[in-house]
Design a protein around this ligand. Sequence first.
Ligand SMILES: [Zn+2]
Length: 289
Amino acid sequence: MMNTTRVRWADLRPLEFVERLNECPIVYLPIGLCEPHGHVAALGMDMHAADAFCDAAARAYGGIVAPTQAYHIHETGYHARWLEDTVGEHNARMASIPPHVFCLQYLYQLRAFANAGFQSALVLTGHGGGNEHDLQAWGDAFAARFGMPIKVIMEFELAPGFPGDHAGRYEVSLLWHLKPELVDMSLLDRAQDPAAGGRLAQGENAGEASPEYGAAIYAKAVESLGAQVQALRERAAAATVTPRIDHAAVEALYAELRSAAQGWTTTHPRPGQHAVSDDSQWKPYEFGV
Ligand SMILES: [Zn+2]
């Protein structure tokens, strides 16, 4: 009988893996990182959200959750000015990697999925703002080369009616619901204290957060994932995935993508975005590759 409680690749024995794979050959890749989410919330907010939604989707609709990708694209391009504005020159305590490093690892993750027998991948990122467009473009390039459909979803897309934010009412509520021990609202006013690190990207309306609001976001998002999984399964049914992808094939695709890196969303500021100050710690990353 199929194991419906353990849905993590890392937690399944080989027979259980095959049973779940045969039942629903979809893999979920949760992606997040550590970055400041104000004083009230833990640094790993985006990762915890991605983990929770992928686990819930696999339990409700089938499939297997891949090991979490817990380092993400930050600092570069449009991120740089945002960091100057919301974190300034404080230490961001951030676990991030540049886009080309992410891209190469991501292609190898997708290769691992195809080689393990999956027919499609649902990539769920808790960190958005533009990187999700690069993830989808790289996923589309992988699909065009190797046949496996890839759907990238930014978490905020899943709960219409609940406006996404950064460490504001939406995110703090969601984390409060998912992991109450990681939220401490008594620390809210530290955002006004430069000696405490300033805002550290805390949202203006973080004080309006509640676990009930977070529970409503979570319920809506899990419900939305049902249609996403169904759509992806239908695309996969019409696809033929390359049975064994080798390293050389991945490196060839990466070389092509890397040669067009200046066109990636994460390698330059948004149109019209203010330049990063010359003396800011974030200046070196403004046009990062
Ligand atoms: Zn976040």
